[in-house]
Each structure stands twice: as C-alpha cells, then as structure tokens.
Design a protein around this ligand. Sequence first.
Ligand SMILES: Cc1ncc(COP(=O)(O)O)c(C=O)c1O
Length: 426
Amino acid sequence: MKTKKMSLVEKDQKYIWHPFTQMKTAGPALPIVKGEGTLLIDDKGKAYIDAISSWWVNLHGHSHPYIAEKVYKQMRKLEHVVFAGFTHSPAVELCEKLSKHLPANQAKFFFSGDGSSAVEIALKMSVQYWKNKGENKTRFVALDGAYHGETFGAMSAGARSIFSAPFSDLLFESTHIPFPKDEQAAIKSLKTEIAKGDVAAFIFEPLVQGAAGMRMYKPKTLNKLMQICKEEGVLCIADEVMTGFGRTGTTFAVNQVEGEPDFICMSKGLSGGTLPLSLTTCTQAIYNAFLGDDIQKAFLHGHSFTGNPIGCTAAIASLILLEKKECQAAIKNIAKSHETFANNIKSFEGIKDIRQTGTILAIELKADSSGYASKIRQQLYQDFLDQGVLLRPLGNVIYILPPYCIKEKELKKVYEVIKNKLMSLA
Ligand SMILES: Cc1ncc(COP(=O)(O)O)c(C=O)c1O
C-alpha cells in the first residue's frame, strides 16, 4: 500500500517543538521558502514584509548576496576551529572593526553564540571580577520590566514574568528598580540598593526595553544612572542585544550617552541576522582582574562554537554594509518616516501611547490587557499577516522594527495596514 507523502507542515507538526509556543492551540507554522530584501515568501508564493526584522536580527534584508558570498568563501577556507589556543583572521578583524563603533573604554571581546549567553557571560564576569579582587559582591540591579534572555542567569536578572514563572524557585535574587521614565524614582532606588553594599553590577537595556513592549527612556537619564554606578564602584552592563547596530539611530544606544559602560552585550544584528553569534565586550580594567599566575583567576567559560569563523565573516560583511552611507541614510529616513506617521495617527482614539527611538516605532493600544497573553495580540498578528505584513505585537503594543533596506513603498504598506487597523478599532 502506498503511503501518502507528508507535507512540510505535517512533518513540522510531527517533529518540531517551536519556541514560545503553546503547541496544543497554535495553528500550523507558515512554511517560508525564500527570503529576499525585506520580503519573506511562503510555499504558495505569497510575500510578507518582514517589519520586525525576524525577531530583531536582520539588518540588510534576507539572504543578502554580499554576506552570502563572503560566508561561502569563508566556508571553503575554514569553517571552524577550537578557539582556546587558536585564533583566525575573521575574529580578529571583526573586533578591530567593531572597536571603532564602541565606546573608547571597550578593550576586550569575548565570543559566544546568542544574546542570552552574551548576558550570562557579563553576569559571570562581574561576579568573578569582584571575587578576583577579594570582594564578595553577587547581587544584580536591573530595571523593572527587564528582559535579558532565557538562560538561568539572564532570567534571574530579568523581571519576573510568565516566561520565568515555572523556574521562580531556582532564580537567584536580583533587584528591579523603577523604570527610568520616572527618573527620580529610578535614581532614588538605585542609590538605596547600592548603599546595601553587595551590588556586583547594574544591567540595563539602554534607551529601549524590547520584550517589555518597546518601553523607552532618555539618554540623559541613563547617563545619570551610569554616573551613580561609576561613583559608587558598581559595574554597568549595557545589554545591546536588541538595541545594537543602528536600531536606536546610532550604531549602539550607548553612543548617545556620555558615560561608558563596563560591559556591552551584543548579538542579533551582529551578524546582520545571518548566523548565531554574540559578543560580550569589556574594559581593560575588567580583563586585568582575571590575569594572574593562578588558573583559578581566569575566566573558565566557553562554548563549542565560540568565535566561529563563518559567523565572524558574516558579521564583518554586515558591518561593512552598515557603515555605507546609503545604509546610514536609510536609518535616518526610516526614523523620519516613523515620525511623520506617528504625527499622522497620534490623535487616534484607540492609542494609549505612541513612542519612537530611531528606527523603532511603538504604538500602545488602549484595548485589552497588556503582556504576552493579551487576546488582541493574536488577532492583530493574524490580520497583519493576512495582509502580507509580518508584525508581532508585544501584547497590546504594535511595533515596527524593520530591516534598513525596507523600500519606501513597503514601509508605506506597513503604515497603511496599521492605520486601517487603528481605524477599525475606533
Ligand atoms: C535585550 C535582550 N537581551 C537578551 C536577549 C536574548 O537573546 P537571544 O534570544 O539571542 O538569546 C534578547 C532577546 O530578545 C533581548 O532582547
């Protein structure tokens, strides 16, 4: 008897467990067969504008020919090598190129493979830094609403949420100060926490909190918080996993503040969204505290794919594209278009708040409860998708975070579907 050939979706349902998904109630996953520029094409030939850069990773469009070419060439030369005791030119060249964009105090680069690991490494380095200096400081201060990733350390630093709830008994304690939109409350709470004496580091998403619903605060406020940490000898960890690589209008969000953090975590846009790669950068002073004749002082941490040459090559290619004046102009144009659109819709009845930082525009709706489980989210997501636009609202917050290659007419279409939806909610 002939068995019926299973479709891709049927096979997906047979084998695959998707992230952040209730598999019982979720509909079938959408098969994407091709990506080109801002567009994702499904198996029926329908195109979707990727207005969220596929979970905030893509900078220059999908399957970018320049990045693909460089990656292919590197694949033929050296695909991977253990990174303890060995090095290679893609890793060194990437760090050299990146250092031109980073605050001047960032001296050393530690590789890993995803944003959560980059954060985990900064947390571990902070604690060990103090241990190596003979001090026992192990507590982290973070912001209300913080999201720093999925590993236990990153979850512990993050705000408690439905994501972390099943693991709450296992998370180490960290303190969450008020979101710095209320500058005075944040400053007061930070000072109080630091005064307790055991704070290893203050970790924050600079200027924009992504997963919390694209919540935004001012560079000058962040600068004040960092300044307090500096004066009190508390380390600062800037989690630029989402904000890095132009999203906020500058290459890194911390480029907009005077102060310099002790650590920067980056991933997502680092490889232009092509390959999993992340970095934790730090100051010379942090690095120096790990030097000694004793192996126990060293940072004994690493991952199999640390410093992967193909990932580094993609990252160099992506950085070259980011530095081009066309790309820098595109970042400015997206920001300007967002501003015009925001002005155009700001008086709509259904809007609770509308905010923008650089290429990120967030529209918070009055309707429904907020948060990941909000009901309106699913309806909005599906409606937008049906119209050929990939937007993945965070609860009641619709946001646009596009690849920089988005065409004017594509951006207009994104605005149009949002505006129509807002009109239908009125
Ligand atoms: C600010 C921030 N930090 C860390 C992470 C975790 O990164 P990853 O999903 O690559 O582990 C994310 C992911 O969205 C993030 O937005």
